[in-house]
Design a protein around this ligand. Structure first.
Ligand code: ADP
Ligand code: MG
Length: 356
């Protein structure tokens, strides 16, 4: 297990990474705690796999260093870094049996055969492939092969970190739940540093104690699920986390008030920006109250989603979503109010601090 330091990492694919080309990773600089369960969340193409491969040693960064417990491992191979990695698609030995696939990483480390046998049997049980142990891997389904990949990643318990790159993509939905909870249990039991890449917010939020949100080659926020929900550091995090995402509307700040299409809202603090500055106001659909008080809205549509309803409306010409409970009363002449503490203010997409 190790603390992982990402020291000013940048990466460009292509023949001349030093030139001014588009970077797949731009300035990633952070430290991940020993034993932490991190989910790396972001849309396709934002650089998740690139970052994971740089941590594991499959890829050399164009700039920057990787340290494990303070030791520079940038020039070490994956094996020397002592990392287990599970990919999106199965990476197994087709001609070996299921048993031998799982035994391989252990035998490779010189572990005695009785111990190998015990650990492989345990793992076969966890991934539900005990009945298939003597089959050649090539005769299994894609789903079963991916379970072998997971088993190979988890069978060793002496790794510095275990990295997962969207490992459940090919697994059927029911088995996904089972394996996800097994992974959680494993993490608790062995305490390895775990980095789990996903583009699925539900997976990230249920799985990790810290969620790392990536956007366009950068880490835009690291936080607990509650922090990401209540205080998105960037408008992208607001859109991406939550369903529907945060409402973002153009506004203007004057001291400790904000104006939105001619209406003025009192803030609970004066943001650190010049009066009259154009900003973006972010507010979660769950934190808007609808009733007979406040600013007038025009309701365009109401969607039922189980026990909640999404009210699509427009406020001062800006579209907004409001989430209410199924039994909430929605007046014909609807108005909305906000709790000032629930408002987030952004300048150039980045949140302006409240600490002023
Ligand atoms: P993610 O895993 O978040 O989907 P990737 O790390 O795979 O993102 O990709 C980040 C960016 O780098 C994308 O723009 C992608 O097109 C580019 N990229 C990824 N792999 C390569 C490669 N081998 N050669 C060139 N460009 C690549
Ligand atoms: Mg990827």
């Amino acid at each position: 297990m190790a603390r992982i330091t990402l020291d000013h990492i940048r990466h460009a694919y292509g023949p001349n990474p030093k030139s001014d080309v588009a970077y797949a990773l731009r300035e990633v600089d952070h430290e991940w705690a020993d034993g932490g369960a991190y989910a790396l969340l972001g849309p396709s193409g934002c650089g998740k796999t690139t970052l994971l491969n740089i941590i594991s040693g499959l890829l050399q960064p164009s700039h920057g260093r990787i340290l494990f417990d303070g030791n520079d491992v940038t020039n070490l191979s994956t094996q020397e870094r002592n990392i287990a990695q599970v990919f999106q698609f199965p990476v197994i030995y087709d001609t070996m049996t299921v048993y031998d696939n799982l035994a391989f990483p252990l035998r490779n480390r010189g572990i005695a055969e009785p111990d190998v046998n015990r650990r492989v049997r345990e793992m076969l049980d966890i991934i539900d492939l005990s009945d298939w142990s003597n089959r050649k891997a090539q005769r299994l389904t894609a789903d079963q092969k991916q379970k072998i990949s997971l088993g190979r990643g988890l069978v060793r318990n002496d790794v510095n970190a275990i990295l997962f790159d969207e490992p459940l993509t090919v697994i059927d939905p029911h088995m996904k739940w089972v394996l996800r909870s097994q992974l959680k249990r494993f993490h608790k039991q062995f305490g390895f540093t775990m980095v789990y890449v996903t583009h699925d917010q539900t997976e990230a939020l249920t799985f990790a104690d810290k969620v790392v949100v990536m956007y366009d080659g950068q880490i835009v926020q690291i936080g607990t699920p509650a922090e990401l929900f209540e205080r998105p550091s960037h408008t992208f995090v607001g859109y991406f986390i939550g369903s529907p995402g945060m409402n973002v509307m153009p506004a203007e700040v004057h001291g400790s008030t904000i104006t939105l299409g001619g209406e003025t809202i009192a803030l609970d603090h004066a943001p650190k920006i010049t009066a009259g500055d154009r900003v973006e106001l972010g507010i979660r659909p769950e934190f808007i109250r609808i009733g007979r008080e406040g600013m007038p809205v025009t309701i365009t549509r109401i969607e039922d989603i189980g026990r909640r309803r999404i009210v699509r409306a427009s406020l001062a010409g800006q579209p907004m979503a409001i989430v209410v409970s199924e039994d909430a009363e929605i007046p014909a002449e609807a108005r909305v109010t906000f709790d000032p503490a629930a408002l987030n203010i952004y300048a150039n997409s980045w949140r302006v601090g409240r600490e002023a």
